[in-house]
Ligand binder design. Structure first.
Ligand code: CDP
Length: 788
């Protein structure tokens, strides 16, 4: 705290002030979409397909319509009348809103029932009769491009196979040469299974169309309200929805994690139905619908190869990946990056050469590929590299920490150009790993492991030294559907020195109302308690691309600092007028301008604000406000070193995490308490796929893991005590030296846990275990039995 520039009352950067928004959350006074009630509101529920691939022969709504309370049944044919039965995905693919001819995954939306209450809508769903004719199903992505595989997207002109795209990056020939000349080459198949965001609040909306004024208002669980507004205007302009007449309000959100970035069919149906009927319509998914039909994450099949010399020098990396996209490419990636930032896979190491290729395919599964608490496929990339590095250490019998230390990009090498083209802004990987090792007592643990091994006990130590890439992004490279990924801040100082600040991002629990106020407090010296922060209302907030992929601090946080600097420049002119001094003779100190060398001649920012409306200098505009659209010059590259210590029960295969040490570096920190909270939550969401969570399908495309009975979200009981620490390596290009943090722990935790489990069993010859490392899988690894 001693390093803070501001007092605790002002609460600028570095102060662990309590979260302002919690006052309403802990009183149960948050306003979520399901809390919105409009006069005359009706309810929508959705008929879903039991088949993964089937022709729709008929839909009979007669019995449903006869049910008291049911007002309408909407089908693809209804939407087709308005040309709204198809919609674009975030990756410029197309997706059905409601089907006309066939369904392509289990739980797909088939029809919607509108009724006067939620229960009648649900009863109506039961009464809609749909006649299906099952079609052959493509479940295994490896078989999706077989010549005899049925074509899933036969609706797309020229689509003659289930292959969607090929993407590659790096130096193919150079990498091959490095492989040829290296002592050690290791190959490993790694699968990151399909998982799902399980935020407390499911998705939903309330859509209301004011026929008199032609204005549509949608309260919606979205992480990116402005993007939704623009997309709606583009795809529904022909039915009269023009952008100035669309208001998207994203109220309090109970967790997003990337799952609330896409536009789901349910939203579109509710909006279309409200525009046609003029009735406010509420649609809220239930938990099963959320798990079964909304966008998934991961599902990457990676063939990894690494080349090294016997002395442990890492030289080359090659990864060939098959991306199972489900029925449509609805991944939430920037347009130019169909495989997101997967090419960050050389990680924290100074590889000479690397080559990465990814192929996307269609299968009969729900579409998606969202960045579940991950900056667009970084989780997959980090998993691959951190496992491969451990495999090299195992092969040449070198300690995994020593191998990492030997190959880390040295801190003097930043900014560092990676072999796949990224320019890492700053890093100090040796210090972070050393700190984690000192904190856990690494050498002692190694000794203990040796003793335990002699007694036949399984104890493992796993390291993950990850590099993240967050803050999309520089407009030259990053856009979503053509909209550049800058972000914005608009700050208005009121006459009494209080302020309101609005942003293009949208918090879903990250605490933006507090941390953005702290940034303004830091820059202007106005106490953070005097600053109201608003996000999520497109009628009032400046345009921005929203919150996901840890981008808020790198983009909108930077925009806030820049807007403050504009305000401060104007404040200096007003101060000069008030102090009857020349502008250049003034100096700034937290919250006030004073005449250089005469500190008693000063004016506070509050006095300046008052003057801005009551006594501003002639020739200067009145008021004190500024807007900034921040287009970052580069991404930020947070990093960390995690160490997991596990004990494994040889009888049951159960993995117990005894210790987990997380050292993170997100540059300069705005609120240490919030950052620690982000790390705790993110670690739990990294533990989850490592040990528990997976969605899989049988050969018919029936989902396994479609309810919380089978999709095991860890509770407090399964979650270990997290130990955290930090190093601070500021970003050289961010105005506050800050980097994003929200996703680092979710990215870094799984490989640390896998490495620990494999380390515990390495003397048995175990080289790799795919996540989730269920007791059964671990037991089979111990007892040398194939999981099959
Ligand atoms: O985009 P998102 O808000 O999810 O991610 P983020 O930028 O990593 O920020 C998550 C939370 O941590 C926000 O409340 C940030 O203001 C806070 N944070 C911080 O206090 N210091 C940092 N260097 C980075 C984030």
């Amino acid at each position: 705290m001693s390093k803070c520039k501001t007092s605790a009352e002002v609460g600028g950067m570095g102060h662990s002030v309590k979260r302002k928004e919690d006052a309403r959350f802990i009183r149960g006074q948050g306003t979520y979409v399901d809390d919105i009630v409009r006069p005359g509101m009706v309810f929508m529920d959705i008929v879903r397909s039991p088949y993964a691939h089937a022709k729709i022969k008929s839909i009979n709504a007669e019995k449903a319509l006869a049910l008291p309370g049911v007002a309408a049944v909407i089908t693809g044919e209804t939407l087709k009348e308005y040309n709204l039965h198809m919609m674009p995905t975030l990756m410029s693919d197309t997706q059905m809103v409601l089907p006309i001819d066939k369904v392509c995954y289990q739980a797909q939306e088939v029809a919607a029932v509108i009724a006067t209450d939620r229960y009648s809508a649900a009863d109506g769903v039961e009464l809609v009769e749909v006649e299906y004719e099952p079609l052959p199903v493509v479940v295994d992505p490896h078989k999706a491009t077989d010549p005899d595989a049925p074509i899933i997207r036969d609706d797309k002109e020229g689509q003659t196979s289930n292959h969607i795209w090929h993407w590659e990056n790096g130096d193919k020939e150079g990498t091959e040469e490095v492989f040829q000349s290296s002592d050690v080459v290791i190959k490993q198949k790694i699968y990151l299974p399909r998982i799902h965001v399980a935020s407390i609040e499911t998705c939903g909306c309330v859509s209301e169309f004011d026929k008199a004024n032609g204005k549509l208002t949608v309260w919606m669980t979205t992480q990116a309200p402005h993007a939704v507004r623009t997309v709606l205007a583009l795809v529904a302009g022909h039915v009269g929805l023009q952008e100035d007449k669309i208001r998207i309000i994203s109220p309090d959100i109970g967790g997003g994690f990337g799952g609330k970035v896409p536009i789901y069919p349910g939203y579109v149906i509710a909006i279309a139905a409200s525009v046609v009927t003029g009735l406010p319509i509420k649609w809220i998914e239930d938990r099963r619908e959320n798990l079964q039909a909304d966008s998934f994450a991961r599902d990457y099949h990676m063939d990894c190869e690494i080349a090294a010399d016997k002395d442990g020098t890492l030289k080359g990396l090659r990864i060939k990946t098959l991306a199972d996209n489900g029925y449509a490419d609805a991944a939430a990636n920037p347009s130019k990056y169909p495989a997101g930032m997967f090419s960050i896979c050389t990680g924290s190491y100074d590889f000479k050469k690397a080559f990465v290729e990814v192929d996307g395919v269609y299968t009969n599964k729900p579409p998606g590929g969202v960045a579940y608490r991950c900056s667009f496929r970084v989780t997959e990339a980090v998993h691959a590299i951190e496992r491969m590095v451990d495999l090299v250490a195992d092969e040449i019998m070198m300690d995994a920490a020593e191998l990492r230390m030997k190959n880390f990009i040295p801190k003097e090498a930043f900014p560092y150009k990676s072999p796949t083209g990224w320019e890492y802004d700053s890093g100090d990987y040796h210090t972070a790993l050393q700190l984690a090792m000192d904190n856990v007592g690494y050498d002692e643990l190694l000794k203990e492991q040796k003793e335990k091994r002699e007694k036949g006990e399984f104890m493992g130590i796993g390291i993950c030294s990850f590099t993240e890439v967050v803050g999309a992004g520089p407009s030259k490279d990053f856009d979503i559907l053509g909209i550049k990924m800058f972000d914005s801040s608009e700050i208005r100082i009121h006459p009494t020195g209080k302020a309101i600040a609005r942003f293009g991002t949208k918090s879903q629990g990250q605490g933006h109302e507090t941390t953005y106020a702290q940034i303004i407090a830091e820059e202007l010296g106005i106490p953070y308690t005097d600053i109201s922060v608003e996000e999520g209302d497109t009628d009032t907030a400046p345009y921005g691309l929203g919150t996901y992929a840890s981008r808020s601090t790198p983009t909108a946080g930077a925009a806030a600092a820049m807007a403050c600097r504009k305000i401060k420049a104007k404040a200096q002119k007003i101060a000069a007028h008030l102090l009857e001094a020349a502008e250049e003779d003034l100096e700034w100190e937290v919250g006030k301008f004073s005449v250089k060398g005469v500190p008693e001649k000063s004016v506070t920012i509050q006095e300046i604000a008052f003057a801005a409306y009551t006594n501003h200098p002639q020739g200067l505009e009145a008021g004190l406000e500024a807007t900034h659209y921040y287009d970052p010059p580069n991404l930020t590259f947070p990093f960390g070193s995690y160490i997991a210590v596990v004990d494994i029960d040889s009888e049951t295969g159960e993995v117990k995490i005894r210790r987990f040490m997380a050292v993170d570096d997100c540059g300069n920190i705005i609120n240490p308490m919030i950052v620690e909270g982000q790390i705790h939550g993110g670690l739990a969401q990294g533990l989850a796929p490592a040990l528990f969570e997976e969605i899989s399908y049988d050969d018919e495309g029936n989902i396994h893991g479609g309810s919380f009975m089978e999709y095991l979200v860890p509770t407090a009981v399964e979650t270990p005590h997290w130990e955290t620490d930090k190093t601070t390596t500021p970003s050289p290009h961010h105005p506050l030296g800050a980097k994003g943090v929200g996703e680092s722990p979710t990215v870094g935790a799984p490989p640390a846990i896998v490495n620990a489990v494999v380390d515990a069993l390495s003397h048995l010859g175990v080289k790799h275990i795919d996540i989730p490392m269920t007791p059964e899988k671990v037991w089979r690894a111990i007892h040398k039995q194939d999981a099959a």
